[in-house]
Write a protein that binds this ligand. Structure first.
Ligand code: SAM
Length: 269
């Protein structure tokens, strides 16, 4: 995979920071509405906390798959004894053929290099009549707070030069119709596609933890910069983002962190 973010390195710390992914993931679980006996795939499962929630809903087969070997190792050690299979695989090259009633994909779609190939692999993995539920951050301004905070890296003399060489690995679409079209073009029948602005009220420190659970895997990762960056760039950039989030807080020390999120439910014919 060309743009593999280094989620392996953060496998152990991800879960305690992944507050916004977890709460959006619970909404997505309701949308997928897993029934007893169904076989379910959690696509890009991370360390498996949400996969374990699927195990509570069905006595069928539950499989988590993720491209990061570190995430799969973490998921196996946390939840492998709960009767969940964890498989290392790129989402575009799934080793499954007509094996699942439902596919769940939370907070990962923006990372996929080739979303159309992922959707084709998902259609192959589903049985006829199966369904897929997907939630991901959406819009270029996926989190206006983070986009504004990162804007300081352009302005600050310590980071300006290196940050100009950042290349975003993410693919964001601007509205729910665009996501619906992507699924329909792949061959799904789209039952629902909606976009929401989800607001989390939190302290600057919590906001920074949330930044570190996802956005930092791109912004603070040398893999996503052209050429070499100075050794101290990433620690300095983290300080500047943390200070910017601090300034976004009101007099009560809290900030309203907004995420644009898309939710899609689609069926295989
Ligand atoms: C933000 S985490 C979300 C994890 C989990 N679904 C959750 O909601 O907590 C994104 C995950 O996507 C995985 N990922 C990124 N690109 C992938 C790909 N092409 N194929 C499979 N997994 C991928 C990463 O390794 C990471 O574990």
């Amino acid at each position: 995979m060309n743009n593999m973010p280094d989620f392996s390195q953060m496998a152990a710390s991800y879960q305690q920071r992944a507050v916004v992914q977890q709460s959006a993931g619970e909404t997505l679980l309701e949308m997928l509405d897993i029934r007893p006996g169904e076989d379910v795939l959690d696509l890009a499962c991370g360390p498996g906390a949400l996969t374990a929630r699927m195990r509570e809903r069905t006595d069928g087969r539950v499989v988590g798959c993720d491209a990061a070997a570190g995430m799969i190792a973490e998921a196996r050690s946390r939840h492998g004894s709960a009767g969940i299979e964890f498989v290392a695989s790129d989402a575009a090259r799934l080793p499954f053929m007509a094996e699942f009633d439902a596919i769940y994909c939370n907070s990962a779609f923006q990372w996929f290099d080739d979303p159309a190939s992922v959707l084709t692999a998902c259609l192959d993995a589903l049985r006829a009549g199966g369904r897929m539920a997907m939630q991901a951050p959406a819009k270029k301004e996926f989190c206006p707070n983070f986009v504004a905070a990162v804007g300081d890296l352009h302005r600050h003399e310590d980071t300006r030069e290196a940050f100009a060489r950042f290349r975003s690995p993410w693919r964001f679409l601007e509205n729910a119709e665009n996501y619906a079209r992507l699924f329909a073009d792949a061959g799904f029948t789209v039952a629902e596609s909606r976009m929401e602005a989800v607001v989390n009220r939190c302290s600057a420190q919590q906001a920074m933890e949330i930044f570190l659970s996802g956005a930092a895997v791109a912004y603070l990762n040398p893999h996503h910069y052209r050429g070499d960056v100075p050794a101290d760039f990433f620690s300095r950039a983290a300080q500047i983002v943390a200070a910017a989030l601090e300034r976004q807080c009101g007099s009560d020390g809290m900030v309203e962190l907004t995420f644009h999120r898309v939710f899609v439910l689609a069926h295989k014919k």
